[in-house]
Design a protein around this ligand. Structure first.
Ligand code: HH2
Length: 285
């Protein structure tokens, strides 16, 4: 088990948290820029593995309007991702994380390994992004409770089943995650939910999750959506990951209408513009 008890201070300072909550109540959703320090991410693997390229990309995304950066060092794509050890993840993060944190926007750590998240919080990350919704490793909830860290709880499944009702599956999954969070002592104020577009879902189920996002409002928690460049787009309009900007924006605008408060994207400038224009038009109703 990881040591979670004897920490001098929570990772997310009150100032970090204030920034986050201010973003969540803004007229249009906060934009989270994706920073993959991996060789094999599905749409940009290898592009930002070198620390100087990762830092340049982080700077570019902030200049383009990113409110939060999400840094990940292990690809979670459904086909062909190489599982990596915690040590390997740390080796990729170590040369770059503190520099990214120093750029001044909240940084989220996209990892399912408590040891990696613990290290990243010590290095200044202010939120955790768990693509297994606190359900993969019991140490994760313990760690985040001890540090009072905001966490994105994402829906996921070990295998795709085209025959299930994905909305029911998601509701049952989140109910389990919230139970784990409560038992561990994670404050409800620190939880956000994410339907996990493309994770353990058929393209049709991913689109259902986007179309019916508003049903997740019953949980009363902020929603994050990451549809950026994902495969369901190609099921409608055949395209390579880097040619899916139009589809990503369409999906993210629909997610914003459905109540998403954070949008996770590789294409920050275009996404910020789309969200702002949609919100400005919405104001004229
Ligand atoms: N999608 C990816 C990774 N992490 N986290 C959340 N909360 N929501 C998502 O939709 C999500 C996520 C996949 O995108 P990417 O990081 O670009 O790919 P890879 O996992 O191949 O690195």
């Amino acid at each position: 088990m990881i040591s979670t008890a004897a920490r001098p201070a929570p990772a997310a300072t009150p100032a970090d948290r204030q920034v986050l909550w201010a973003l969540l109540s803004r007229a249009y959703p906060a934009v989270m820029g994706v920073l993959n320090v991996t060789p094999d991410s599905f749409s940009d693997g290898g592009q930002f593995l070198a620390p100087e390229l990762a830092l340049a990309q982080a700077r570019r995304m902030i200049a383009d309007g990113a409110d939060i950066l999400d840094i990940g060092a292990e690809s979670t794509r459904p086909y062909g991702a190489q599982p990596v050890t915690a040590d390997e993840e740390l080796q990729r993060l170590r040369p770059v994380l503190a520099d990214v944190v120093s750029l001044g926007v909240p940084v989220s750590i996209d990892s399912m390994k408590p040891a990696v998240v613990a290290w990243a919080l010590d290095a200044g990350a202010s939120l955790a992004n768990d693509v297994w919704g606190l359900q993969r490793d019991p140490d994760m909830a313990r760690l985040l409770a001890a540090r009072q860290t905001p966490v994105i709880v994402m829906h996921n499944r070990d295998r795709v089943d085209p025959d299930i009702d994905i909305m029911k599956d998601m509701a049952a999954f989140f109910t389990r995650s919230l139970d784990i969070a409560e038992k561990a002592g994670i404050s409800r104020d620190n939880l956000m939910l994410d339907p996990g577009i493309g994770f353990g879902k058929t393209p049709e189920q991913s689109m259902t999750a986007l179309a019916r996002l508003d049903e997740l409002a019953v949980f009363g928690l902020p929603l994050l959506v990451g549809a950026s460049r994902k495969r369901f787009i190609s099921s409608v309009s055949p395209s390579e990951p880097q040619q899916r900007l139009g589809g990503s924006i369409a999906a993210h605008l629909i997610a914003a209408q459905g109540g998403a408060r954070i949008i996770r994207t590789h294409d920050v400038a275009e996404t910020v513009q789309a969200l702002r224009v949609a919100a400005a038009i919405g104001d004229r109703r």
